[in-house]
Ligand binder design. Structure first.
Ligand SMILES: Cc1cc2nc3c(=O)[nH]c(=O)nc-3n(C[C@H](O)[C@H](O)[C@H](O)COP(=O)(O)OP(=O)(O)OC[C@H]3O[C@@H](n4cnc5c(N)ncnc54)[C@H](O)[C@@H]3O)c2cc1C
Length: 457
């Protein structure tokens, strides 16, 4: 049996482990905390923030962990669909899309479930330690250097491997490990976003019947200081609402609970105000900052050691407000399985694997960075044809508030069920034009009607 060492036991590492086990490989996960605990983990400092699992992510998660949604719902997660999922654009409620589903679950419970399932398998073991380098011989990875967590944290051992998957997240050190041994580094794209997140939990009662998720997207073009907050809230396990406020640059939210409530009330999307007014906050407000989105273009590297794979945030980590990270990680696991299923030599450079994940990474990057570039404090880099793409995105956003077909196709792309190119077809633009004609015919009262606040109903 070939042996693969997976670095990092979070979402990407666990999903990759399942994919490898499905191909009959023996897997060892290296993770500083040894994955011995349930609940929040120090290695995942973002774990306390509200995490949305996009529809494609749930489909892929079900592939690797069949019955996962059912198990989560049995543990209190809330599976919402259609009109229970309320999307707002700049305070205007968008038309609902029947059949659209989203599961409300904390990141911690989701990870607990998939970790427990992964570790039940006899072919998977865990080493409590921190990877600190690779052994590369004869042009291929032969082992991982690991600094053990216990008993002597300075002792480094080498864990032999036929292949290695780096799933150590955004702060992966892989490129410097490779550079130290004379291997080329991938070109890196960075987009400064200066993002601030704040999440709070509330006791959930009957205050919002028929609502499981609400999401408020910001208008394009306003400066960070003037911009209304972006926010999302979801009914999650434990009879709670989790709500997040997202803002940028000098407008980033703080940990002050009074400020959090004020900002929820000021949001034009009704459900946020209802929760702020009627529900009790539980615990503290948790904050998280992210300076930039980043993409490591492994597919552009012409000389790679054999047996080296990278997955999850270690490849690319986007502005989390679009909720693409976990879905990308599950999709990378599917790419890994597809690569191995074709009979690839595990010891060979995995160029074809990286070309495969590029499709996923580029789609997520295009969606998130096009929206981020609309903000004045984000200063590029601008892709070719940006001005036209921005205009088209604004028209599409307007049309999607009233037209279920347009909004459905838009949500397909946002949920990573379809590629962004599907928003550039003549069929799509025919529907956008039709929706905008209908809006003009109905006049301004249409927008006023959609802006009716929910509060107090
Ligand atoms: C504020 C915020 C909000 C987010 N919201 C969403 C959302 O709504 N929806 C969504 O899909 N995604 C969201 N994400 C992204 C999501 O958290 C990640 O994409 C997801 O966790 C997958 O990451 P990963 O497994 O690649 O890395 P991580 O989850 O970051 O895990 C990396 C793992 O590697 C381990 N590790 C690190 N260094 C080493 C080492 N040297 N040796 C061994 N192990 C190591 C760590 O301990 C950790 O367990 C959000 C991210 C942030 C920051």
């Amino acid at each position: 049996m070939q042996h693969v060492v997976v670095l990092g036991g979070s979402i990407a590492g666990l999903a990759a482990t399942r994919a490898l086990r499905g191909q009959g490989m023996k897997v060892t996960i290296v993770e500083p905390d040894g994955l011995a605990t349930t609940g929040p983990r120090g290695g995942v400092p973002q774990g306390g923030q509200l995490h949305a699992l996009l529809d494609m992510g749930r489909t892929q998660a079900e592939r690797w962990f069949p019955g996962l949604s059912k198990d989560l719902v049995a543990d209190g997660a809330v599976l919402g669909s259609g009109s229970e999922i309320q999307l707002f654009e700049n305070g205007t409620r968008k038309v609902s899309v029947p059949g659209n589903e989203l599961i409300g679950v904390s990141r911690t419970l989701l990870e607990d479930h998939i970790r427990r399932r992964t570790l039940l398998d006899d072919g998977t073991s865990v080493i409590a330690g921190r990877a600190c380098g690779l052994d590369i011989r004869g042009g291929r990875v032969t082992g991982v250097r690991v600094r053990a967590a216990d008993p002597d944290p300075d002792a480094v051992t080498v864990v032999p491997a036929d292949a290695v998957v780096d799933a150590t997240g955004r702060s992966s050190r892989l490129t410097s490990w490779l550079a130290a041994q004379g291997w080329p580094q991938p070109p890196v794209d960075r987009m400064r976003i200066d993002l601030g997140y704040a999440t709070a939990r509330f006791r959930r009662g009957g205050e919002l019947p028929g609502v499981s998720v609400a999401h408020q997207l910001p208008p394009a073009g306003a400066s960070a200081a003037e911009q209304p907050d972006t926010g999302a809230m979801a009914a999650v396990e434990g009879g709670q609402w989790m709500a997040v406020i997202v803002a940028y640059a000098e407008n980033r939210p703080s940990r002050d609970p009074a400020e959090f409530l004020r900002r929820m009330r000021e949001m034009e999307a009704g459900p946020f105000g209802v929760v702020a007014d009627r529900c009790t906050m539980i615990g503290e407000v948790e904050t998280y900052g992210m300076a930039h989105s980043l993409r490591r273009n492994w597919w552009a590297v012409d000389r790679l050691p054999g047996g080296l794979f990278v997955a999850g945030d270690a490849v690319a980590s986007f502005n989390p407000v679009y909720g693409q990270g976990m879905t990308s990680a599950f999709l990378h696991a599917s790419c890994l399985a597809a690569y191995l299923r074709k009979g690839a030599d595990l010891h060979a450079p995995a160029h074809a694997y990286f070309r495969h994940i590029r499709v996923v990474v580029d789609a997520a990057w295009e969606v998130s960075t096009l929206s981020d570039l609309a903000q004045p404090h984000v200063t590029g880099p601008y892709p070719r044809g940006y001005r036209l793409a921005r205009k088209m995105a604004d028209w599409m956003g307007r049309a999607s508030t009233t037209d279920a077909w347009v909004n459905g196709r838009f949500l397909d792309v946002v949920n990573m069920r379809r590629r962004p190119a599907d928003l550039r077809t003549p069929e799509f633009w025919w529907h956008v034009a039709r929706a905008m004609r209908a809006q003009r015919a109905q006049g301004p009262q249409l927008v006023r009607r959609q802006r009716q606040p929910l509060r107090g109903r």
